[in-house]
Design a protein around this ligand. Structure first.
Ligand SMILES: [Zn+2]
Length: 142
């Protein structure tokens, strides 16, 4: 993976590692702030009320819990007991996520889903975010 962070960004990021508030959305906010991105929170006028929105990049970010949104990772494993109940519930979450994504894309938004399990590796996450948003940036400058 290429290093898409400037040395300053990397060192600021490293200083933040170990910060106390590890709630997923806080982690992302802090990360975006460190990387110098401007964002808005919970735009209720957009489908699915994205957790974060970066108007400049026309990108909506969702920070998903692995269990509730059925991530393909160990934390996203479905419970063995009450399998039908959980299956229905989690499938309906999944369908809603997919619907919201399509609705946003129809309106010209790019959707970036970040997962709870990605948050512990802040450096990898920063690289991912930069890569995703720079892609959007390239589209803008065409
Ligand atoms: Zn996960």
């Amino acid at each position: 993976m290429s290093d898409v962070m400037t040395p300053e960004q990397r060192s600021r990021l490293m200083r933040r590692v170990g910060s106390k508030d590890t709630r997923p959305e806080r982690v992302i906010r802090s990360l975006l702030h460190t990387l110098g991105y401007r964002f808005r929170l919970h735009r209720k006028d957009l489908p699915g009320t994205p957790d974060l929105v970066l108007p400049k990049y026309r990108t909506a970010i969702f920070v998903h819990g692995c269990f509730w949104h059925s991530h393909d990772c160990p934390k996203g494993a479905r419970p063995q007991s009450n399998a039908d109940f959980w299956g229905n519930k989690l499938d309906s979450n999944r369908r809603r996520d997919a619907r919201v994504c399509v609705e946003l894309q129809k309106r010209g938004w790019k959707v970036l889903t970040l997962w709870e399990c990605q948050l512990s590796d802040t450096v990898a996450l920063a690289a991912l975010v930069n890569r995703e948003l720079r892609g959007a940036d390239d589209l803008d400058s065409r």
